[in-house]
Design a protein around this ligand. Structure first.
Ligand SMILES: [Zn+2]
Length: 313
């Protein structure tokens, strides 16, 4: 079983001075813009055992997946560069083996910011082809009002794949596969066959309206399709790690899918009727879902704008 497991609570401080301004990530996708957000050197990394050798680590940025064992450490995503010491300390409390692989679920900096650090420590960075393409060049995120400069060479994935790649480590078969045009154009979903765990990256935000980066090739229709693919793969016992939010399960993923589908259909109907963005927002197409899903970083009105602009493309 999943969420009922007693978590190992490892509270680790990164011990690094903040890189740049303490609030430089204040408009990143997973944070509220609250002035009370602590600087990264004070962020705690929490470790939850999910199933067998698979763990979820939470700090600042996207949720990490971790698989430990005799063969070494397999890590999914690496948050921001200043989080690397805290992540390494958390891993070191579970195993003395090195991090051999880091798999990026997509290019966003709250999931790839530690790549260069982990590469220097000997990890092989693995991602979909499009992650390397985007990290290699300057990116813009108009919805966030952000420009993201190209990453240094040492942060780029060394191994890339176009469809699927499998790892055979620690008694587990770990299959990463591409989901087209979902959160971005380079998403990987990671499935641990024996442990019965799936890491969705930012295709799944558990309990919140998601950010969908249509400027990076993502789409709400592709997100729903990716979730449908995963639903065929998992069962009621599967632990579902979201990119942001608490550890989830199949029932929560179904609720998320139905919310996305319902809102997309309503906004599509308004678009087809020739409604402007303002008219669509005024119609309140998310009203039935706001109480449950509207309390995160992406507020209802912003989510309507995001989906409207996506569907209007
Ligand atoms: Zn993301």
């Amino acid at each position: 079983m999943i969420a009922s497991l007693t978590p190992l609570m490892l509270l680790v401080l990164s011990g690094l001075p903040a890189a740049g301004h303490a609030n430089e990530d204040s408009n990143d996708e997973e944070t509220s813009t609250s002035a009370s957000t602590p600087p990264m050197e004070e962020i705690q990394v929490t470790v939850d055992q999910v199933s067998g050798p698979v763990y979820m680590l939470t700090g600042r940025g996207g949720n990490l997946g971790l698989c430990i064992g005799e063969d070494g450490v397999f890590l999914i995503d690496d948050q921001y560069a200043p989080m690397t010491p805290a992540i390494r300390q958390a891993v070191a409390q579970l195993t003395d083996k090195p991090v051999r692989f880091v798999l990026n679920t997509h290019w966003h900096s709250d999931h790839t910011g530690g790549n260069e650090n982990f590469g220097e420590f000997g990890a092989v960075i693995v991602a979909h082809d499009n992650v390397r393409v985007r990290l290699s060049s300057d990116q813009v995120m108009p919805f966030m009002g952000r420009e993201v400069p190209a990453s240094p060479a040492g942060a780029l994935p060394v191994v890339t794949f176009n469809d699927t790649v499998s790892f055979h480590l620690n008694g587990n078969t770990i299959r990463a596969f591409h989901a087209a045009a979902a959160h971005t154009d380079g998403d990987a979903i990671v499935h641990f066959d024996e442990a019965n765990v799936v890491h969705m990256g930012d295709i799944f935000w558990n309990g919140f309206y998601p950010f969908i980066d249509s400027h990076s090739g993502g789409s709400i229709r592709g997100t729903v399709a990716a979730v449908d693919t995963v639903l065929l793969l998992i069962d009621d016992e599967t632990a579902v790690i979201a990119g942001h939010g608490a550890l989830g399960d199949r029932a929560q993923l179904i609720a998320y899918r139905d919310m996305l589908q319902g809102i997309a259909d309503r906004i599509q109907t308004l678009l087809d009727a020739g409604k402007t963005l303002e008219e669509t927002q005024a119609a309140g197409p998310t009203a039935d879902w706001d109480a449950e899903w509207g309390g995160g970083f992406i507020k209802p009105e912003a989510f309507v704008r995001m989906v409207y602009e996506d569907l209007a493309q």
